[in-house]
Design a protein around this ligand. Structure first.
Ligand SMILES: *Cc1c(COP(=O)(O)O)cnc(C)c1O
Ligand code: SF4
Length: 436
């Protein structure tokens, strides 16, 4: 039997039967914040993930439904008064855009610095920052089965069109892959590429496989479909077609690595997700998991340890713990780096080595992916030890460096070098790289 897929946005969320549990204020909050930040959920999240008896503190509700405190109080009040006075759409849009601009819609220089060129033509749907792995944002995969309220890609889903990544030309990508023999991995991402029809996804994969690019070993698919719509692999009309494409990749001798995004153990608990995981694994694909650590959703070591254990039990490989990026509702979801490390350390130390494949907590920032190794004290100075998991210059990788202890810092920009140093070891070189 096919599972009906019903999405809910700002325009129809009041039709959700469970919404009657909400107060008028709760509903106004959704409308106000939902006018500024993207809002979309669906019947699977609503019926199988959210605990409606405790919705105000429920991590799954907070993951999808806009929360009042995601906006600054003055911005919230301003939007609320416009909505209450029935302001027209154009006014709402203009005012929402002003608030969006304050939310750092474009962190870590993603658009400016990482878009490669081919014969002088910018590949606008591609990011190539680290040698081995190229990111591809297929046009048809730039939405999701539901939207995470914390998403750092939120401008893609609002009408801030000029911030979108995407491109149609698969041929250019293949040509770029061929010429860049250092690339072993292509990461197909979005949005969520699993919103694409299997036929569309297949067209891209066929182009890539037919090109016979020997140095390309791994096709990664970054997706939250296992959490938001596991029926994608079970009952959707083209579910089996998608699984067949995965199998074609693995039979061609390539690795299909499904990079699954899970934020909370609840997302691993339904029959549907368990079956979908099994179906994907049966194609020969491996599933690796990742999530940011988020206040109000998973800022607890018990939650992470539970999540990693459950993932391993289902045959998945824990891969990344991220620190929430400096964009959108970071004020609501962000936690200090030191606290993220404490959560990581406590969770990591209580799981089997099989689950300690996870790396983090890591910040994806302009110089690279920076992990906090831990907090320590050296000759009376309290410090934070850091390292690059990925560096804009690959030679920076795995070289420890040290910041002054700062229990409030939430992002790399907040950190100062330890031991009286003027700057971190990479900063001068980074500044030069960004000029070119
Ligand atoms: C995280 C990331 C990758 C992949 O890094 P891995 O450590 O290989 O998973 C590639 N490109 C960008 C821009 C990234 O942020
Ligand atoms: S699924 Fe990924 S891209 Fe989509 S809203 Fe969530 S975090 Fe953002």
């Amino acid at each position: 039997m096919t599972m009906r897929y019903q999405t809910y946005t700002l325009h129809n969320f009041k039709n959700i039967p469970q919404i009657k549990k909400l107060s008028e204020d709760d509903i106004l909050s959704i409308e106000v914040v939902g006018n500024v930040l993207p809002f979309k959920t669906n019947n699977y999240v609503v019926d199988e993930l959210i605990d409606w008896d405790n919705f105000r503190t429920d991590p799954m509700f907070i993951l999808n439904f806009p929360q009042k405190n995601m906006l600054q109080e003055e911005d919230f009040n301003h939007m609320a008064s416009l909505i209450k006075s029935d302001a027209d759409k154009e006014t709402l849009r203009t005012e929402a855009n002003i608030i969006r601009e304050k939310l750092n819609p474009h962190p870590a220089g993603q658009l400016e610095y990482n878009v490669p060129e081919l014969d002088g033509v910018k590949l606008s749907g591609v990011q190539h920052k680290y040698n081995e792995t190229m990111l591809f944002f297929p046009t048809q995969g730039q939405t999701c089965h539901a939207y995470c309220t914390f998403c750092f890609r939120w401008p893609q889903f609002t009408n801030m069109n000029d911030l979108k990544f995407s491109m149609k030309e698969a041929d250019l990508i293949v040509e770029y892959l061929k010429r860049n023999t250092q690339i072993t991995d292509i990461l197909i991402t979005g949005g969520d590429p699993m919103v694409m029809k299997s036929k569309v996804f297949e067209a891209y994969i066929t182009k890539i496989l037919d090109a016979n690019i020997e140095h390309l070993q791994t096709i990664r698919v970054g997706s939250k479909s296992l959490s938001f719509w596991p029926y994608r692999f079970l009952t959707d009309s083209d579910a089996d077609d998608m699984l067949s494409i995965f199998e074609r990749v693995t039979k061609a001798g390539k690795t299909l690595s499904f990079m699954a995004h899970f934020n909370h153990p609840r997302e691993l608990s339904t029959e549907a997700v368990k079956q979908a995981v099994q179906k994907i694994r049966n194609t020969g694909a491996t599933i690796r998991t990742q999530s940011p650590v988020l206040n109000h959703i998973n800022a607890s070591s018990a939650v992470w340890a539970d999540m990693w254990r459950k993932q391993v039990k289902l045959g998945m490989v824990p891969y990344y713990m991220f620190i929430a990026r400096d964009t959108g509702a970071q004020g609501y979801f962000g936690i200090p780096i030191v606290r993220a490390w404490k959560i990581f350390q406590k969770a990591y130390s209580q799981v089997s080595g099989i689950a300690r494949t996870v790396r983090g907590p890591s910040m994806s920032c302009t110089p690279g992916k920076v992990r906090i190794i831990g907090v320590s004290e050296i000759k009376g100075e309290k410090i934070m030890a850091l390292e690059f998991i990925q560096g804009r210059n690959s030679d920076w990788t795995a070289r420890p460096f040290f910041a002054k202890y700062d229990c409030k810092a939430q992002w790399i920009d907040d950190l100062k070098p330890a031991f009286g140093m003027e700057s971190f070891f990479y900063e001068e070189e980074l500044a030069e790289m960004l000029l070119n």
